[in-house]
Design a protein around this ligand. Structure first.
Ligand code: FES
Length: 233
C-alpha cells in the first residue's frame, strides 16, 4: 500500500516529505506563497491548504507543514479547498492590495471582489523573510513583533539592527514583493542615485540590491559630480 494518495494517485513518498513536496513531485499545482525549498516550513500564508482524510472524516491542513504519514489520503482541489483558498486570498489582498503577485492570483482564480476593508500594508506577515534572514543569512536581524492586528515584522524596537548587513535577502524573498516591485525609485526605499547618474557605480560595486536598502547615495560609490551635473541640466 502506498504511503500517500494525492488526488487518487498513490505512491511511496520518502520519509519526512511534506504533503506539498509529495504534490509537487506528482506535478500537482498548489499555491504556496510562504514556502521555499531552502528554508524550514512556516505555515504563515495558509494558501497551500488541502483536505486530508475520507468521507465525513476530513480536515483542512496546510500542505507545506503536514508531514506525510502512512495511508494518508489527500485532496488538493475539492470545493472546500478552493473556497478556503479564495477566502484566504481575499484576506491577504485586503492586507496588501497593491501586491502584483496577489492580484495575479486573484485574476487566475476569478476573484473579483474583496469583502474586507483594505489595510494597505506592504506585508502579509508570512514570515518568509524572517526565516531567510535567520536560516540562510545567519543574521536574525528581523522578527515578529506584537500579536493579532498589531502583528508586524520589524527589527528589535524598530531601530536599525546591528545584525542587519543590508543584504536585501528579505526583499528578494518576499512573496508579495511590494517593496522590490515598486519601480525605479520609491521614496525612502531604493537609493535612486545611480539611476540618475550618468555612470551607475553601486550596482556594479554590490552586484545586488545592497544600496537599495539605504538612503540615497549612502553606499558612497556614486559618481557625485555627474549626478549633480545631470540634476542641473
Ligand atoms: S505555503 Fe504553506 S502556509 Fe504558506
Amino acid at each position: 500500500m502506498p504511503n500517500i494518495t494525492i488526488d487518487g494517485i498513490g505512491f511511496d513518498a520518502p520519509e519526512g516529505w511534506t504533503v506539498l513536496e509529495g504534490a509537487r513531485f506528482l506535478g500537482i499545482d498548489i499555491p504556496a506563497l510562504c514556502y521555499h525549498e531552502g528554508l524550514s516550513p512556516g505555515g504563515g500564508c495558509r494558501l497551500c491548504v488541502v483536505e486530508i482524510g475520507e468521507g465525513e472524516n476530513t480536515k483542512m491542513v496546510s500542505s507545506c507543514t503536514y508531514t506525510i504519514e502512512k495511508g494518508l489520503v489527500v485532496h488538493t482541489a475539492t470545493e472546500k479547498v478552493i473556497n478556503a483558498r479564495r477566502m484566504i486570498l481575499e484576506l491577504l489582498i485586503s492586507q496588501c492590495p497593491t501586491s502584483k503577485t496577489l492580484q495575479d492570483l486573484a485574476a487566475k482564480w476569478g476573484l473579483q471582489q474583496v469583502r474586507f476593508t483594505p489595510k494597505w500594508e506592504d506585508c502579509i506577515c508570512c514570515g518568509l523573510c524572517v526565516r531567510m534572514c535567520e536560516e540562510q543569512m545567519m543574521a536574525k536581524a528581523i522578527g515578529f513583533v506584537n500579536r493579532g492586528n498589531e502583528l508586524k515584522i520589524a527589527t528589535p524596537f524598530d531601530k536599525t539592527s546591528e545584525d542587519c548587513r543590508k543584504c536585501g535577502a528579505c526583499m528578494y524573498i518576499c512573496p508579495v514583493c511590494t517593496v522590490r516591485c515598486e519601480g525605479a525609485a520609491p521614496e525612502g526605499v531604493l537609493c535612486g542615485r545611480c539611476e540618475n547618474s550618468l555612470q551607475p557605480t553601486c550596482l556594479e560595486f554590490y552586484d545586488n540590491f545592497s544600496c537599495w536598502m539605504g538612503l540615497k547615495g549612502e553606499c558612497g560609490t556614486c559618481v557625485g559630480e555627474k549626478f549633480e551635473e545631470k540634476k542641473e541640466d
